[in-house]
Design a protein around this ligand. Structure first.
Ligand SMILES: Nc1ncnc2c1ncn2[C@@H]1O[C@H](COP(=O)(O)OS(=O)(=O)O)[C@@H](OP(=O)(O)O)[C@H]1O
Length: 369
């Protein structure tokens, strides 16, 4: 009996020792794995990366807010382009990140800066800021907040300079930027094609007459002493000859500008977004854009509400935020009243170009002709 009890005690100690040894080994193994995870960050499979990206979306938005330069009236960069999207100093362990602090740029700073695969190339005052802000809600899109003006003003800085401006992206995410002046820049198509022949190009177009008035309203807000819209429209008011060298008029000759792009890109690589429908049916236009970019239709009706005070659709939640977000007060300015005769003269001027543009794009934009 004593012998049996002794044997039982021995067995129990042996089992206890084995359990202890096993748990010690498991802890060591776990520690090793964790160390390995931090020192060598291997890219995650696309689906996992995306899931993580979605989880960390707010974190990124908060960072982006801190890092992005402020925009001028025109949405142009005021404090230079050299801002960074590199990981914040206030490192947050991914396991500690609550969904509230999620971001497409993971707190580990994963991903890499890539040249854009898609660009919003125009048109000025078409609604380009609204489109970009709406698109940024998509977890598979990462965009530069400012306008880089690389293919017009900053081309001599080189592609590496341009790439440095881009936010980091994970596998499967699309890098984007918007610079509305590209559409009217003669050299832009060849330069973009030299970067990549596969670049997807998005153009937000708006009735050229309203666009011209919007353009003028913007200039007037900065230089209140400029001549009237009516006098700037004409080379000679008595003969009624339109001044096509005035940029406010020139930009709206869409067919002419498009012709230049078609020398370098096939039509399938261009998408035309209606600036008017972007206001009346933002989800509808965003659906087309997501399809064009080969993305899942994530941005839908549920993301928008119509803000009566602003008079425009706004986001229920901006990228990574839980708060409603409308564009700033430089978007949706009140236009001055323009002499109806001048407006009519401009409509007559644009009619043939608009018809040509409808024909080229195979889309009827419904502008008053
Ligand atoms: N959701 C929403 N909120 C506010 N504004 C909106 C929106 N959607 C389109 N728009 C129209 O966008 C026009 C400005 O166009 P852009 O952003 O392309 O201007 S810019 O070229 O970047 O300066 C701006 O032109 P104006 O109304 O003349 O100010 C707006 O009509």
């Amino acid at each position: 009996m004593t012998h049996y009890r002794h044997k039982l005690v021995c067995n129990c100690s042996l089992i206890r020792a084995s359990v202890l040894l096993f748990s010690l080994l498991s802890s060591l193994l776990l520690l090793h794995c964790l160390t390995d995870r931090v020192s060598t960050i291997t890219p995650l499979p696309a689906s996992l990366s995306r899931a993580r990206a979605e989880l960390s979306s707010e974190y990124n938005a908060q960072r982006t807010k801190r890092l992005e330069p402020t925009h001028s009236e025109t949405g142009r960069v005021e404090n230079g382009l050299a801002f960074s999207n590199s990981p914040a100093k206030d490192f947050v362990s991914p396991r500690k990140v609550s969904p509230r602090f999620a971001g497409k740029l993971s707190p580990l700073g994963e991903g890499s800066k890539k040249l854009p695969q898609a660009l919003i190339i125009g048109v000025k005052k078409g609604g380009t800021r609204a489109l970009l802000e709406f698109l940024r809600v998509h977890p598979d899109i990462r965009a530069v907040g400012s306008e880089p003006h690389f293919f017009d003003r900053n081309y001599n800085n080189g592609l590496e300079w341009y790439r440095e401006l881009m936010p980091k992206t994970l596998e499967g995410q699309i890098t984007m930027e918007k610079t509305p002046s590209y559409f009217v820049t003669r050299e832009a198509p060849a330069r973009i094609s030299a970067m990549s022949r596969d670049t997807k190009l998005i153009v937000v177009v708006r009735d050229p007459v309203t666009r011209a008035i919007s353009d003028y309203t913007q200039t007037l807000s900065k230089k209140p002493d400029i001549p009237s819209f009516e006098s700037l429209t004409f080379k000679n008011r008595t003969t009624g000859l339109i001044d096509t060298s005035w940029s406010a008029v020139q930009i709206g000759i869409y067919a002419k500008h498009l012709d230049n792009w078609l020398q370098h890109f096939p039509m399938e690589q261009l998408l035309f977004v209606s600036g008017e429908r972007l206001i009346s049916d933002p989800a509808g236009e965003l659906g087309r854009v997501q399809d064009f970019l080969g993305l899942k239709r994530i941005i839908t009706d549920k993301h928008f509400y119509f803000n009566q005070t602003k008079g425009f659709p706004c986001l229920k939640k901006a990228e990574g935020s839980s708060k409603p977000h409308c564009l700033g007060k430089t978007k949706g300015r009140t236009h001055p009243n323009i002499d109806p005769e001048v407006v009519q003269r401009l409509r007559d001027f644009y009619r043939p170009f608009n018809l040509k543009f409808y024909q080229m794009t195979g889309q009827n934009f419904g502008w008053e002709l």
